[in-house]
Design a binder for this molecule. Structure first.
Ligand code: SAM
Ligand code: DTB
Ligand code: SF4
Length: 305
């Protein structure tokens, strides 16, 4: 499928998209790093690992009033989901209790909630579900075969186990990966096959283009051909027809024409707001104009109609 002529692949992906979604509607999520840096893990792409010298100032878990102020601002800008990320290998139980308060506060504003906190225990997963959490983000990142080139401090199976816990607890799953890390076409295909072969497709599938950060081991990786990135989104759309496929990190390095092709290929969700977790995202005003120029409107929860 990856090797189809570009027009054939995009036509097929767009047809699937159109049969399952309003093709002009894009779901909009905003991110906030609620605990930044000083992470024990060695993920080769990540500026938040304590092992790399990335110029990032570590910050402890944010007070709830600051989190709610950021959520209100994201909502005022037009975001429907608020995603809170923490640089942990796994949270402590007392951290989860504080995150639950944040989730409840954000929900009370009328926004959907998502958190990404690393690996979870059964009890922590239950606590988050009972707290009303809508989505848990936990990425497979790459293929099982390429994984050990990027991360050594936790296994692919650890990730699958966390995903099973989240799914079994009845929390919506947000799971995807990163491309542009030096992986092969086969690795990209295998990542998507792995996602599509989970017992149930993730409701949200973030496809990130590696954001290269000074000091991280993956800094200096050869840039991925833009057309291959678009192909990856198209194949994700075909394999997971009812999932929200998110054009995630890396938009700041993409031009408007490339993003337009990504939306045509089946992407129907973005991260919106001027910061991802620690790196830059396009200006909100630029995104508003882009939506206008493309005739796109925001809206929709994770599910296909
Ligand atoms: N620490 C938790 C974990 O790793 O599960 C949650 C936060 S972690 C920053 C969330 C995800 O962000 C990672 O799994 C990875 O897919 C993505 N990410 C981190 N750094 C990135 C980068 N430089 N470029 C693209 N995606 C990145
Ligand atoms: C995901 O797949 N991408 C987001 C979110 N889930 C947590 C994170 C992107 C991070 C990009 C690098 C940074 O800003 O630190
Ligand atoms: Fe830590 Fe998550 Fe970054 Fe890995 S991706 S170093 S676990 S914050």
């Amino acid at each position: 499928m990856f090797a189809l002529p570009f027009n054939d692949l995009l036509f097929q992906a767009h047809s699937v998209h159109r049969n399952n979604f309003d093709p002009n509607q894009v779901q909009v999520s905003s991110l906030l790093s609620i605990k930044t840096g000083a992470c024990s893990e060695d993920c080769g792409y990540c500026p938040q690992s304590a092992r790399y010298d990335s110029d990032l100032k570590p910050e402890a878990l944010m007070p709830i009033n600051e989190v709610l102020a950021a959520a209100k601002n994201a909502q005022a800008q037009g975001a429907s989901r608020f995603c809170m990320g923490a640089a942990w290998r796994q949270p402590k139980d007392k951290d989860v209790a504080r995150v639950v308060e944040m989730v409840q506060g954000v929900k009370a504003l009328g926004m959907e909630t998502c958190v990404t906190l690393g690996m979870l225990t059964d009890t922590q997963t239950q606590t988050l579900k009972q707290g009303g959490l809508d989505y848990y983000n936990h990425n497979l990142d790459t293929s099982e075969e390429y994984y050990s080139e990027v991360i050594t401090t936790r296994t692919y199976q650890d990730r699958l186990d966390t995903l099973t816990r989240v799914r079994d607890a009845g929390i919506n799953v947000c799971c995807g990966g990163i491309v542009g890390m030096g992986e092969s076409d086969t690795d990209r295909a295998n990542l998507l096959i792995e996602l599509a072969n989970l017992p149930q497709h993730p409701e949200s599938v973030p496809i990130n283009m590696l954001v290269q950060v000074e000091g991280t081991p993956l800094m200096g990786t050869e840039a991925l051909d833009s057309l291959i990135f678009i192909r990856t989104l198209a194949v994700a759309r075909i394999l997971m027809p009812k999932s929200r496929v998110r054009l995630s990190a890396g938009r700041n390095e993409m031009n408007d024409e490339m993003q337009a092709l990504c939306f045509f290929a089946g992407a129907n969700s973005i991260f919106y707001g001027e910061k991802l977790l620690t790196t830059e995202n396009p200006m909100t005003q630029h995104d508003k104009v882009l939506f206008q120029r493309l005739g796109l409107h925001s809206g929709g929860s994770s599910h296909a109609m």
